[in-house]
Structure formats: C-alpha cells, structure tokens
Design a protein around this ligand. Structure first.
Ligand SMILES: [Zn+2]
Ligand SMILES: [Zn+2]
Length: 354
C-alpha cells in the first residue's frame, strides 16, 4: 500500500467497498463515528480532534456575549470582516499555501511565526496539512477525506472522521509525516510519543500554544476596544471555524458537475472557482487544483486574491524570500488558447465546449 493510502486513520465504515466504489455512510453512521472519535476516555489518541471542537465550543459564550450584550452595527461589521476576510485569508496564506503546498518560503523563523499567529488559532496544522495532501492525490475518489460525492455531512465532520493521521504508522511512515510537517515549525513528537498520542504534535505543546495565542489576541482586542471587541472577534473566529467546514463540499460542486467552460479549466476533479470564497480568501479552487504549488490562485483580473497580496507584500518587505507564481503558465496553457479558440471556431478545444 502506498503511503498516501494509509497515512490517514480510516473511518470504521471504510473509504471504499470491495468493488472500489466510494462508501457513502448514512448520517447516523457519520454521527456515530464522530462521537466515537471524540471520546478520549476510550482512546486518548482522539485528543486532537476533541481539542479542535472544544476550541469551537469555547467560542460560543463569546459569540453569545457579542449578540446579547454588546451588539451594535459597528461590531457586526467588525465580526463580518474578521470572520470572512481575515480568518479566511489567513487560512489560505498559512494552512493552505504555506503549510501544505510550500508555495513560498519565509526569510526566517520570525516571519513564519508572525504569519502563523496573524489570527486567533482554530485549526491544528497537522489535521489540515496531511489530509490535504491526500485530498489532492485522490480528489473526488474514494479515500478523499472530504469527498463531496459522499454528501455534506461527510465533508462537514471530516476533520474528526477522516482527517487525523493514522495511529499505527511504522517509524519509517511516521518519518514521512514529519517531512510533510517540518517546515511549519510545529514541533514533532518522537516516534515513541506518536505511539502514545497518535499525533504529530504533543498535547501539552498544543494546549500551551493555544493558551498563548488566545491570551495574546484577547489582550490586543481588549486594548483596542474592550471586552466588546474582544468577545465580538473571538465569536467571529468561532463562527468562521464552523463555516469553513462547509467549503470543501461547496468547493467541489457539492459532488455534482458544476464546472463552466472558460472558468474551470481543470477537469480532472469536480473543483470549481466560486466568487465568494475567491473574494474573501483567494480560494479560486479550480485554479488551485490546476496549480497547487502556486502562491497565487487568482489569475484573471476579476479574481482578486487577498492571500496573494499578503505574500507579495511580505516578499517586497523581504520577509518572504521566494514564491511560485503560475499566472503566466495559466494564461499560456489555458486562458489564451481558450480565448483564441473562441475567436476562431476551428481551434475549438474541450475547454470551449459546454
Ligand atoms: Zn479541492
Ligand atoms: Zn490545496
């Protein structure tokens, strides 16, 4: 079995049946798996998934205080900008383009830690990174941790049911996980610690980092706007952490073929370019599947990409030393031939046909 086939902890309903078809579990099966895999009394190796949802639950009181105690229209605007644009764009800059795809390099550790901590931390790096490599290797096929064809819930609860790393890797296989994560700066467990905790990160380090990050940001927001602003933005971060779990389903057309000629050039999977995730987070997802290692995904003039503007800005400052940019290649291989074919029907390609 290839590494990519065994690196994630398989759900009890399996990825595929004996004929190689995708298993589409019923909602009851998905929920049963979800609660089983949050139970740390039964298995301490579930700690990371539990921590991730405890973070979300911790945000509920902040959100409630914002809505019922502090609410005004300015704070609503702040919550909207923070949850949509800032948290969203940071997810793209950090978890997606840097930690997973290595689309750019920092000049030194300071700028890496700075970028990692630009927002309130919600999603553990290892949950995102390792499973996202699998997503690219198996998009819309069995084994894809958020295969949209298996439905909304399958994707929405994927961080618990499908994304954690396997607990029974050999030392050699665990070393490959380490090599996927090393550049993120998240400190790795030894193999012995991994066997105990089932994770790349040690729980003590994860909790300490969580406390430091949240304390820092609560203090900053409090100094800027008192408990009102701090509760609002913490609540907004929690709102984002739930909302972002819907993206993997939507970004692959809800499992249906929604690709449009002239917009979605990558036809190897069901990914689509969508206006809203593109605008708020630079997630032009079909473009991204064409050029996963590009630090820019918004290629066309209307495809604004805030994550790319940040990367470019830090590059100008000297904080980012190098990056990949596939825009030229995109035009050469896809957009220009498409436009030419539109002008000249004899040159029609598969991209121009609806
Ligand atoms: Zn995708
Ligand atoms: Zn990706």
């Amino acid at each position: 079995m290839a590494f990519i086939d065994i690196v994630l902890r398989p759900p009890s309903y399996g990825w595929q049946d004996e004929h190689g078809n995708l298993v589409k579990p019923r909602p009851g099966q998905i929920f049963a798996e979800f609660f089983k895999r949050l139970n740390i009394v039964q298995d301490r190796k579930n700690w990371l998934s539990l921590m991730s949802w405890v973070k979300v639950l911790c945000m509920v009181p902040f959100l409630a205080l914002f809505i019922f105690k502090f609410f005004n229209l300015w704070l609503l605007l702040a919550a909207f900008v923070y949850s949509m644009f800032i948290m969203g764009t940071h997810g793209t800059i950090w978890h997606h383009r840097y930690c997973t795809h290595g689309a750019y390099k920092f000049k030194n550790h300071f700028w890496r830690v700075f970028t990692q901590n630009l927002t309130v931390c919600m999603i553990p790096e290892e949950i995102y990174v390792v499973s996202h490599h699998v997503h690219h290797a198996k998009s819309d096929r069995p084994g894809d941790p958020y295969n949209a064809e298996a439905g909304f819930l399958y994707c929405f609860l994927a961080d618990v049911n499908h994304q954690p790393i396997a607990a029974d890797l050999s030392e050699q296989q665990y070393n490959r996980v380490k090599s996927l994560m090393r550049h993120t700066g998240v400190i790795a467990n030894s193999y012995q610690q991994y066997l105990t905790w089932g994770s790349y990160q040690h729980p003590a380090r994860a909790v300490l980092y969580w406390l430091l990050n949240w304390s820092f940001w609560y203090a900053v927001f409090f100094l800027l706007g008192g408990h009102a602003l701090a509760c609002t933005l913490f609540g907004a971060a929690g709102f984002w952490a739930v909302g972002v779990r819907t993206f993997n389903y939507e970004g692959h057309g809800k499992g249906q073929d929604k690709q449009r000629p002239g917009t979605d050039f990558n036809q190897n999977d069901k990914s689509i370019n969508q206006l809203w995730p593109g605008i708020v987070a630079g997630e032009w997802h079909n473009n991204h599947h064409l050029f996963p290692k590009s630090a820019r995904s918004g290629f066309k003039p209307y495809q604004i990409d805030l994550a790319w503007y940040y990367i470019k800005f830090l590059n100008k400052l000297g904080a980012i030393s190098s990056y990949h940019d596939s825009k030229k290649q995109f035009y050469k291989q896809y957009e220009s031939p498409y436009q030419e074919a539109k002008q000249n029907p004899e040159k029609r390609t598969k991209f121009t046909e609806a």
